[in-house]
Design a protein around this ligand. Sequence first.
Ligand SMILES: NC(=O)C1=CN([C@@H]2O[C@H](COP(=O)(O)OP(=O)(O)OC[C@H]3O[C@@H](n4cnc5c(N)ncnc54)[C@H](O)[C@@H]3O)[C@@H](O)[C@H]2O)C=CC1
Ligand SMILES: O=C(O)CCC(=O)C(=O)O
Length: 419
Amino acid sequence: MTVAVAEETLNPYKIAQQQIDTAVAHLKLPEHVTQILKHPMRVLSVNFPVRMDDGTVQVFEGYRSQHNDAIGPTKGGIRFHPDVTLDEVKALSMWMSFKCGVVGLPYGGGKGGVICDPRKLSKGELERVSRAFMEAIADFVGPDKDIPAPDVYTTPQIMGWMMDTYSKMKGKYSPGVITGKPLIIGGSKGRNEATAQGCVYTILAALKDQHLPVQNATAAVQGFGNAGRIAARLLSEAGCKIVAISDSRGGIYDPNGLDIDQISNLKDNASILDYGESFVISNEALLELDVDILVPAALENVITAANADRIQAKIIAEAANGPTTPEADRVLFQKGIVVIPDVLANAGGVTVSYFEWVQNLMNYYWSEAEVLEKLETNMIQSYVAVRDLAKEHSTDLRTAAYMISIKRIAAAMEARGWV
Ligand SMILES: NC(=O)C1=CN([C@@H]2O[C@H](COP(=O)(O)OP(=O)(O)OC[C@H]3O[C@@H](n4cnc5c(N)ncnc54)[C@H](O)[C@@H]3O)[C@@H](O)[C@H]2O)C=CC1
Ligand SMILES: O=C(O)CCC(=O)C(=O)O
């Protein structure tokens, strides 16, 4: 079926605002409430100097956006990427609010980003950038205020450096200022796998709803980092056949199924493209494969008006934030493709970050089994609530997810007397 599409914006901030408009059309909300939700409450922009290995000083630019803290402190990752923009960080903070809302966490949304390419920094430079960024935002964040975490190209080690810098500045051990830390300094069991694990729980639930068997269900995964690599492994362990995988350099495709362990080895020691020249496929072509499950797990705006009509997957699980534009959403909905939206599909990460923060505040730590059990329960309950509301209002799952979150944030703002 060919579906006509209109001109579209690829600005993530404008996209987030459009998504809010789509959801509030189904809700009776005063206009000023919508206006509040369409903008972050606070944004900090910083420029900070870092001494490089060659002795020169480089000035880096970074941002932290706090979207809405009516329900609790803001929460969300920090991204290190050369293409970071202020509008992207604002949008990511808005998506965090709706994500925390849909899985019922006592948080609002926050997000940070630094314009840099960690792949071109030495370990020492990366540590100095991480510590200097934390120093620059230290008065803006805090365990009761705004709690960062990992995102694209940031790692548990970076979280550890940032926690250390913050703790030294405040003169007290403060593990609750940041999550996604190494286990030895207050990280939670299960956090490293949580984003992918949560995503896989929702995929399995969607397969069941679509009466599709898990065994040999075919899957293509774009992005091979924390979210994508672990999602590929967990899907494969669940019985699915991973036929395509990619990273920033390109992808590989084998309709007979890929060997995930071999690809993981290649990723760590060479390039996934070394799997074999005859298997190489572009990132764009990967998205259009005829598969049961497509998992975008890299960056924004990969499914747009330009390619939505050619997407053949039955289920799209957005491990990445913002991979699908509103125009593409409309096309996919008309084609009957189920899109498990980012705010639900990748909410496992922030859910276990919440568990980490709670454990830090209690100074009492849970087993991995306890973490995973709580995660699964929360993900499935949230999936069912979104699915049922979407059915009731004949909307896509994203709109239903936003409706749930927006109602919750609006109720909190009203209860606090803001509106
Ligand atoms: N790490 C987490 O806990 C969470 C991550 N996410 C989202 O998941 C997505 C991926 O993040 P992580 O896996 O954490 O990052 P990561 O830094 O661990 O991995 C990113 C991966 O994407 C690949 N990549 C980069 N540019 C690409 C491109 N143009 N095409 C294909 N692949 C490309 C990289 O090669 C790498 O394999 C992002 O959208 C992030 O916001 C969402 C929720 C939580
Ligand atoms: O773990 C967290 O607090 C947030 C992770 C994140 O940045 C995201 O869900 O997009």
